[in-house]
Design a protein around this ligand. Structure first.
Ligand code: AMP
Length: 688
């Protein structure tokens, strides 16, 4: 029988949980009866000692010990050498997972088949994929990887909340710190924002105690106990124990022995607080930033939930109380919450319900935007063009056309550099991979359109696919190693060839008079989003203009899909005043003056404008300045007027409200397929 478990694969400690016969999530104890297992592997002459015993061996300092390897998850350059063997962090995680699985199977007397494994919310694609790989290599069918804070909220049963709540998850473990803002609604858990520092955790508090003790010892004997590996290993254990004692007691005493000398030192809570105050401050400033990013104050937070062993320290509770004016939520063991939540999700997933339905849907969002490298508007620089934007609900996907010149003789390939990050600058983003689309069929005329799809699945990992537009044929993709000159190669101006498609700039101008309110505006927005989806942002910039009584630039032409999407979603009826006195043509003209490439103004109107003659005159000025005007009308729009403002009769469209989406998407497709040279063909296209 299939048995699904939840695994908290932690930096310092790991835990494994399942749903027992009473339907309760419980942690499965290890062979020593402990609910958590240290994520430590000691390599002793060909033998691998994992968990509590491995940690004990670490204190002896005699054998190579792998610990904190989660910090290097997905890092191809990381290698841990022991007994003449090279281990990646994925392989070390596999050893740990195998041990957790074996112990749990012995305890339950049952074979574990499936697992949900948790990861920090800030884990990117390579770390998530490496986690899945580690689980599979340990013989587990990885149902999903989920974010640790989401698992914690599920464990607290908060996904069943009746009213909308904002919750902050403050997770301070042994080696990582994460802070996450969750929004809970009836049956929904949504990650709104998160940040983390995976070089900050309980270990840093231990190190401060070590430094404190070493300086005391040095003051007394003039020798530094940290110079000796064995003394240091002993101090590591002593310091952690002292820290834990300070959670229950006001003060404690620590003894050190080094080179035949003995020191005995007292440490109280106040001194411990002083020597670690900057560490506490780092967690708090990150916490405040997560709130400020969402324009929230501590008073907007309904509850703070603590996760991770280090949140037992009284100073954490005091800080939360001071900043948020209330005590953190308690009730579930801070070491177990994540594994318990994962077990609940595993149970639901094991029953093959969609997403992880726990009396409804628990939705996660993407934590980073994904994009590809493109060439900017004036073709002088590379930019990062965002395709899937941060905070989109997962699973999600987006397809974007990509123009590509093909030659009849050569093998045609298209190189896509996938990026992760919010910046438009190629210098400031992470590179996830180089996807080379293979065997692109040569297209007559030379310009092929490839639809490149990015898919973010429920585990937060990314898949890429590509299809040739003309025959819908799926193309082969090879994932290749990133070249060593990335991102430097994108800092120089692109070496343009004759074949590089000409850049297209398109301004979408929306009539936002009162008659657009409701359905018409909803349809217009849908149409604009469809236009965006069908535009090749590697060779095309899109700007947004609103007009009615006044004219307003909502967005200057951009290649950033997220910005364009936000500007479209932000359009509101009457935001530029009541009536139809204004026209967008002067604005379109001035915004595009001096821009290279093909330039388009795409104007949507639903009624009759008050100053039609003036508008026609200014539209004609655009035509003579080589800016093509495409006019789209519906509802009460005057068809003769549309023809008069459009660059040619073929560039004017009168459609129904239902036809808007198709009209906009067809225009975008023709722009992408012809680089804007085939618009005269539009009216002959089917359905328009
Ligand atoms: P985790 O990674 O969540 O398992 O957290 C492990 C960290 O919690 C380690 O740094 C431990 O030293 C710390 N920790 C565990 N128990 C306590 C305690 N009672 N007081 C202070 N820190 C603790």
């Amino acid at each position: 029988m299939a048995l699904a478990v939840g695994i908290d694969l932690g930096t310092t400690n790991s835990a494994i949980a399942y749903i027992n016969e009473h339907g309760q999530p419980v942690v499965i104890p290890n062979e020593l009866g402990e609910s958590i297992t240290p994520s430590v592997i000691c390599f002793k002459e060909g033998e691998q000692i994992i968990g509590d015993d491995g940690k004990e061996m670490q204190a002896l300092g005699m054998y190579p010990v792998a610990a904190f390897f989660k910090r290097q998850m997905g890092d191809e350059l990381f290698i841990f050498q022991a007994d003449g063997v090279d281990y990646s962090s994925t392989e070390l995680s596999t050893l740990l997972l195998k041990k957790l699985k074996k112990n749990a199977e012995a305890h339950l007397r049952q074979t574990i088949t499936d697992a949900v494994i948790t990861v920090p919310a800030y884990f990117r694609d390579p770390e998530r994929k490496a986690t899945i790989e580690a689980g599979q290599a340990a013989g587990l069918n990885v149902l999903q990887v989920i974010n640790e804070p989401t698992a914690a909220a599920v464990a607290y049963g908060l996904n069943k909340t009746q009213k909308k709540q904002r919750l902050l998850i403050y997770d301070l473990g042994g080696g990582t710190f994460d802070v996450t803002l969750l929004e809970l609604e009836k049956d929904h858990v949504r990650v709104k924002n998160s940040d983390g520092d995976h070089q900050l955790g309980g270990k840093d508090w231990d190190d401060r105690i070590i430094e404190y003790l070493a300086s005391k010892f040095q003051d007394e004997y003039g020798i530094d106990p940290l110079e000796d590996a064995e003394s240091l290993a002993e101090l590591l254990v002593q310091a952690e124990e002292a820290k834990k004692r300070l959670t229950s007691f006001e003060k404690t005493v620590i003894s050190i022995a080094h080179e035949g000398k003995k020191g005995k030192y007292e440490l109280d809570r106040a001194t411990f607080g002083q020597i670690t105050s900057d560490l506490m401050e780092r967690t708090m400033s990150m916490t405040m930033r997560v709130l400020e990013d969402m324009r929230l104050k501590p008073s907007h937070i309904d509850g703070v939930l603590l996760v991770g062993g280090s949140t037992r320290m009284p100073m954490v509770h005091q800080f939360i109380k001071k900043k948020f004016g209330k005590q953190p939520m308690t009730g579930i063991n801070v070491d177990e919450a994540v594994a318990l939540g994962a077990a609940l999700v595993a149970k639901e997933r094991g029953q093959s319900k969609p997403i992880f339905a726990l009396k409804g849907r628990t939705i996660d969002v993407t934590n980073h935007s994904l994009g590809m490298i493109a060439i900017n508007q004036d073709q002088t620089a590379y930019i990062n063009s965002i395709i899937l934007s941060k905070n989109a609900e997962i699973p999600c996907q987006e397809t974007r056309p990509y123009q590509h010149r093909t030659r009849s003789k050569d093998e045609n390939q298209l190189e896509i550099f996938m990026t992760q990050g919010e910046s438009e600058s190629p210098e400031d983003v992470a590179y996830l991979g180089r996807y080379v689309v293979q065997e692109i069929p040569h297209q007559k005329g030379g310009l092929a359109v490839i639809d490149v799809g990015y898919h973010y699945d429920e585990s937060g990992t990314v898949q890429v696919d590509a299809k040739a537009r003309n025959n819908k044929q799926k193309l082969k993709i090879k994932i290749e190693k990133l070249p060593s000159d990335v991102p430097q190669r994108f800092m120089n101006p692109p070496a343009l060839q004759i074949e590089t498609p000409e850049h297209v700039t398109a301004y979408l101008a929306f009539d936002l008079s009162g008659s657009m309110d409701g359905m018409p505006l909803d349809e217009a927005k849908k149409a604009a989003l469809e236009f965006l989806k069908n535009s090749d942002l590697s060779h095309c910039s899109i700007g947004i203009i609103a007009f009615s009584k006044r004219v307003k630039t909502k967005l200057k032409a951009s290649q950033n899909a997220m910005k364009i999407k936000n500007a479209i979603n932000d359009l509101t009826a009457r935001e530029t005043g009541v009536g139809n006195a204004a026209h967008p043509f002067d604005k379109i003209n001035s915004l595009m003056t001096g821009l290279d490439g093909r330039r388009f103004g795409i104007v949507l109107a639903d009624g009759v404008w008050s100053n039609q003659n003036k508008a026609i005159k200014r539209a004609k000025q655009c035509h003579s300045d080589e800016i093509d005007i495409i006019a789209i009308g519906f509802g009460g729009a005057d068809q003769e007027f549309l023809k008069a403002i459009a660059s040619s009769d073929e560039d004017s469209f009168y459609t129904s409200m239902d036809g808007l989406v198709e009209t906009f998407s067809t225009i975008a497709q023709v722009l992408a397929e012809t680089g804007g040279r085939g618009l005269g063909l539009l009216s002959r296209l089917k359905g328009i």
